[in-house]
Write a new protein. Sequence first.
Length: 690
Amino acid sequence: MIASDSNPLLAYRDAPRFQDIQPTHACPAIRSILETAEAQLVALETETQPTWEGLMLPLYRMMEPLGYAWGLVTHHLAVMNSEEWREAHKAMQPGVVAFSLRASQSDAVFKAMVALRDANTPLTGPQRRVLDSSIRGAELSGVALSGQTKQRFNEIKARLAALSTLFADHVLDARKAFKIMLTESSQIEGLPRSLLTSMAEAAADTNNEATAENGPWKLSLDPTVMIPFLKHAERGDLRETLYRAHVTLASDGEFNNMPILEEALALRSELASILSYDSYAEVSLATKMAQDINAVDALLETLRATAYPRAIEELDDLRAFAAEQGFTSDLALWDLGYWSEKLREQEFNFNDETLRPYFQFPRVLEGLFALTERLFDVRIRAADGDVQVWHDDVRFFNVFDADGSTLASFYLDPYSRPETKRGGAWMDPVRPLDTTGEMPTLPVAYLVCNQTKPTAAQPSLMTFSEVETLFHEFGHGLQHMLTRVGEPDASGLNNIEWDAVELASQFMENWCYDRDTLEGLSQHIDTGASLPESLFAKITASRKFHAGGGMLRQLAFAMLDMDLHARFSADKERALKDIVSKNNQKTRIIPPLPEDRTLCAFSHIFAGGYAAGYYSYKWSEVLSADAFGAFTEAGSNDAAQKEVGLRFRDTILSLGGGTDPADVFRQFRGRDPDPEALLRQEGLLITTPI
Ligand SMILES: [Zn+2]
C-alpha cells in the first residue's frame, strides 16, 4: 500500500492535485490499486452475497479508485501528452483492461447477480437497471456459456478482433498506396490555398522542394484532401480518377477486404446464434433504446420516404444550375460535389472567416451560461483559483441550484495545443454524483475543446462550428452535472443506452440556430454589433442546403448496416450482393458504378463499434430535434420556455441511466418521439406543426 499523500493518483476522494501529479505516479498507483482490487474481487467471489449492499455496492467501491486514477492517466495522455505519459499508459493498459474484463466476466459474481435479480429483493429503479445491464453485459460476453460452446465463442471473439484490425489496416494501406503527384498548374485549378498547402506538405515527404505555389502537390485518398478536392477541382478527369479509386478502395489485390467482411458477417451471425439471438442485429439492439429491428427499420424508412423525393428535386436543381453554367454533359457521380459546392457558394457567400469576428470566446461562454441559467434555473460561477488545474488555459466553474446549494463543478480547457493535446472535443466525468457513501460526492466534469487560441491582442475568435461544438459538449456536461440519480453507476450518462446518449448534446447544439441565443452571444470584435439578421438567415438556410441528399447518404449507410446484420446469412448464395443492390435501389438516385465496392471501406461497422448501430446517429437526432421542438412550440414567452426548460431538467437531464430512455422521453414530451421534428429542422417538411 502507498499513502495517498505521496501519490496523488490514489487520493480518489479529493479534487485532483494537478500540480503534483507526475507520470511517474502512474505505474505505482495503478499497480497498487489493481492489487487491492484483485484481493477484493477474490473476497467477493468466495463469499458471494446476493444483496445490493453485499454485492453491487462493493463492486462499485472496488472499481472506484481505478476509475479515478486511470481516468487521470488517460486525461493527461489526452491534454498534456508526453513521452512519459505515453510510456506509463502503455505499461499499465493491459493490466487495467485484463482486470476490468475479469471483473465483468467473473462466474461467481455473475451467479450472485442472477440470484439477486431472482430473489425479488426490493431494489430502486436505478438499481434494477444497473443490475439488469450488468447481467446482460456479462451474458453477452459469454459468461453463461460452458464447454465447447464457450471455447467456440472465445475463438470467434478473438477472430473478430483480428479481422477488425486487419480491415482497418487494409483501408489504411490501400489508401496509402494510392497517390498522384500533380505538377502542372492546370491540374490544380480551383483548389483553395489551404488545400494546396497541405497537398504540398504531403508531397514534401518525397520531394523536399515542394511548395504550395509551385508544387508538386500530392493528390491522395486522405479524407482531408479527397473531400475538398472533389468539391473544388476544375479538372473533371482528375475528380473521376480520385472518385473511382475511392469507391474501389481495399477491394482487390493484397488489401482486399471483401473476404474479411464476409467472414466477419458469418462469424457475427454464428456468435448471435450461440447467444440464442436470431441475428447479430438483435445482439446489438439488446443493449439499445430501439426496441427491435422493426422499430429501426420503420424509423429509417420514414426518413427515407421524405428525403428521397427531396433529393431528386435537389439533383434536378443541380443539373439545371450546371447547365446554366455551360456544363453540357449529364452529371456524373464525381461531378456532384463540385457543382453542389458552386451552387452553395452562389447562394451563401459566407464562410468561416466571415462569421469568426462575431464569436469572441468570452462572450460566447457568457451567452451559453445565460441560456443555461434561463432554461434550467441554475447559476454558473467562475471559481478559478479554488482548485489546481493542468494548464494555465484551464478554467474552473461551479454550478449552483436556484436556492444557492452547490450542484456540480466543471473544468473547461478551451484552446487547441497541437503539441500536447489530442484533437476533437469531449466531455469526460471526473466523478459522478454518488449519494451511496457516508458523504455524498457531487459530479465534476472535464469539458475539453480545441478551438482557435487567443492572441496577445484579441480573444479567441471562434468559427461557427466551434461554437456548436462547445454547446454540444456542454450538453453532455449538463446531463452529467444536473443528474439527480445518486446511484453512481446510473448517474448522469452512466448506463444510458448508446442510441440515446447524444440527446442532450445535440439538443444544446440546436440553440446555435436560435435567433435570440445567437444574438446574445455574438458581438463583432471591431464594431461590437451582434450577428446581423442577413447572416443569421444564411446560417439557417445553409443548414438545410441539399439536406435531402445529405440525409439519404446517411440513411444508405444505416440501412445497409442493419440489413447486413439482420438479414445476411452466410449460406445463402449471392446474399451479400442482393442486399447491397436492394439497398442501392432504395437509397441511390444516380446508380453507383458497376465496380463500386464502398462496403470494403465501411470501417464504422467492420473496424469500429458501429455494427448494427450506425442507425444511432439518426435515432438520436430524432430524439434531440423532437425535444427541441417542445421549446419551439412554447414560443418566445419566457414563462412558457422556463416551464419546458424545468421539465427538460427534471426528466432528460435528471434521470440519467436510471430510467428507461423511452420512459424518460415520454415523461418530457408526453408521447413517443416523432421523426417529423427532425425532418422539419432539416427543411424537408415545410408544413407547420399542429
Ligand atoms: Zn457527443
